[in-house]
Each structure stands twice: as C-alpha cells, then as structure tokens.
Design a protein around this ligand. Structure first.
Ligand code: IPM
Ligand code: MN
Length: 354
C-alpha cells in the first residue's frame, strides 16, 4: 500500500529513537513491497527554538495531510525548572492531541517472557499480565481553564468533562473489551470528584448495552495499588486523562523498563504513535536510550492506522527475539548493554532475513 507518514522526532532522545523506528518501518516497507513517504516536522523545544512555537501551523498541516504520525518525545530541562516560561515544549504535544481530536490513548501493558526477572514485582505476579489502558486524552484537568489569582498567589486548574467526551471514550473501551477478555475496569475518584461521578453515571448507562462484559468500578488510589499487586486481574481499563497518565507510568514498571511501552492515540483525524516515556534529556546524544517503545509504537501504526497485521506481528516478533537474545540497552542490561542503534540494527536485520 501507499501511505504518508509524518515524523515528529521532538526533543532529547526523540531523534535517536525515531531513527531506529524509521529503520524498522523502512525494512517492513521493503519486505512487503509497500511505498511510504516520510515528512519530517518540528515540535517541542526544538520548535520553540526554531520558530517560537512548540506545534507550528506547518507541523499541524503535515500531520493533517498524513496517514499516520510517528512521534518521538518532547520536553527539555531548561523549561522544567522555569515555572514562569510562557511557552513550553509539552504544550506542543497537548495542542497536537487536541487539534487532531485524539481523544483516546491506547496503552497496552504486556510483559516479555525474557524480562520477567527484571520486573521489581514477583515473577509469578507479572508472568502473563496483559492489559490495555485506555486513557482519555483531550479533556479533564489537562485542558480546563487554568490560571493564577491573588497577585499570583493562588493557582487553579479546572477539571471539566462533558457527557459527549465520556460517552465516546467509555463506548470505545467497551468495544475493546469485547475484542479482548470482556472485562472492563472503570477507574475514577467518584467518592470525591464531580467529574468522576459523571463518568460513573455515564458508564453505568452504557454498561447494559454490553451484557457480556463484566464491568468493575474502581477508585484510582485503589487501582494504583491493585495494578502492582494483581496486574493479571486487569483486561481493559478506562480512565480520565491525568489518572491514565500516572497509572500507565506505574504500570510500565511491571514490564521491567519504562522504555518498552508503546501507545496509539486515535480519534477524529490522523492517529499518532508514540512511546509512553519522555524525552530522557540526560541520555540525549549518547546512543543509550531504549528504542523498543518507539519501535513497538511503529508496530501499532501498522496495526491501527494501516490495518497491516502481518507487518505489525513481524515487528513484535523481531522485538521479542532481540530481548530473548539479550540484544538490549543499558536500562535492561547493565552488564552487557548494546547501543540504541545496535538494537535497531538487530531488529531491522531480523526483519530483512525473516
Ligand atoms: C505522556 C506524557 C505527556 C502527558 C507530557 C509530556 C505532556 O507524560 O504522554 O504520558 O502528560 O500526557
Ligand atoms: Mn506521561
């Protein structure tokens, strides 16, 4: 097939991990006889430095005109320690999500057999854990009105959700539950928050339409605990924007490294595929970052954006083999680490020879 891919590398390790995901994508393209075009565009701190805007109109245009976006990471320490900065790299990512209407972020949490011993959790608890966290991505506290009052001495971030926003994400979660093991956990804080009570109310309205799905309602604090105590009890989990952000970083630890988990952001316009980890500024340019989360995000691109499942499966197989063969970066093996590009090369070669 023919497809246009927008490539937004961003900041920190973004360019290095994106380069490996592109090698892999091109290997698949060659092997299966596809024909892709790649258009690079700027975002994050790199775009602030270049044009003063973390998500310039030109970048949005490239995304809108593409069939999929491969995204690296954004963020830079010079902004993290400057609370008064008026433009921030992360605003680029948030505006991209909002302007592309990407209301659902799919974050699969899976363990890898050869890495079970790397998990800080007991092996028997994590062996076989496999769930999908669906994070609402364009609403809630991330996007509500925010500001200061009292001469800057009081700050507020409003959390707002509409019926429409909740209905579409909860319905999507039920659809995924139907395709998986028919178990949905709705995570909220309905004992305290009004937005959560609306979530629970609407989820309870939708629940009878999916009688085959077993629905469980869970407060977020309890969910945080259960994810690491009994990760195998989850199948599909749906939650609001910030709870989903926090719970998926926590969940990534189950697999042994934050550098392994991919994501797909889907909604109204072009879907975006990005690792769940950040820009890891300390590792920038050192060729040590784990490229697997981004390579697996490319696999999700083949599956979700292009409906090319064989291609996606081959990427996943190659990743599993690289892990089994101990071709891993230093986050996984301190004793015998390979570089970012070594891991990418190995996976690319596996695909070429498959
Ligand atoms: C993520 C990131 C972003 C988020 C940041 C970089 C704005 O942490 O994709 O999980 O909070 O959504
Ligand atoms: Mn996050």
């Amino acid at each position: 097939m023919k497809a246009k891919i927008a490539v937004l590398a961003g900041d920190g390790i973004g360019p290095e991990i994106i380069q490996e995901a592109l090698k892999v994508t091109k290997a698949i393209e060659n092997k299966f006889g596809h024909s892709f075009t790649y258009t690079e565009a700027i975002t994050g701190a790199a775009a602030i430095d270049a044009v003063g805007d973390p998500y310039p109109e030109e970048t949005h245009k490239v995304c809108m005109e593409s069939d999929a976006v491969l995204f690296g990471a954004v963020g830079h320490p010079k902004f993290d320690n400057d609370p008064s900065a008026s433009v921030r790299p992360e605003q680029g990512l948030l505006r991209m999500r909002k302007q592309l209407g990407l209301f659902a972020n799919l974050r699969p949490v899976e363990t890898f057999p050869s890495l079970l011993h790397k998990s800080p959790l007991r092996q028997d608890l994590v062996d076989g854990a496999n769930f999908l966290c669906i994070r609402e991505l364009t609403g809630g506290i991330y996007f509500g009105e925010k500001g200061r009052k009292d001469n800057g001495n009081t700050a507020f971030d409003n959390c707002v959700y509409t019926r429409e926003e909740i209905e579409r994400i909860v319905t999507l979660a039920y659809e995924y539950a139907m395709k998986r093991n028919k178990k949905l956990t709705v995570v909220d804080k309905a004992n305290v928050l009004e937005t959560s009570r609306l979530w629970r109310q609407i989820a309870q309205e939708i629940e009878p339409k999916y009688p085959e799905v077993e629905t469980q309602y869970m407060f977020v604090d309890n969910a945080a605990m259960q994810i690491i105590q009994w990760p195998k009890n989850f199948d599909v989990m749906v939650t609001e924007n910030m709870f989903g952000d926090i719970l998926t970083d926590e969940a990534s630890v189950i697999t042994g490294s934050l550098g392994l988990l991919p994501s797909a952001s889907v909604g109204l316009h072009t879907s975006v595929f990005e690792p769940i980890h950040g820009s890891y500024p300390q590792a920038t340019g050192k060729n040590i970052a784990n490229p697997i989360a981004t390579i697996l995000s490319a696999a999700m691109m083949f599956e979700y954006a292009f409906k090319l499942n064989k291609e996606a499966d081959l990427i996943r197989e190659a990743v599993l083999k690289s892990l089994d063969s101990g071709v891993v970066t230093e986050d996984i093996s301190k004793e015998n680490p390979k570089s970012t590009s070594d891991v990418g090369d190995w996976i690319t070669q596996y695909i070429a020879n498959a």
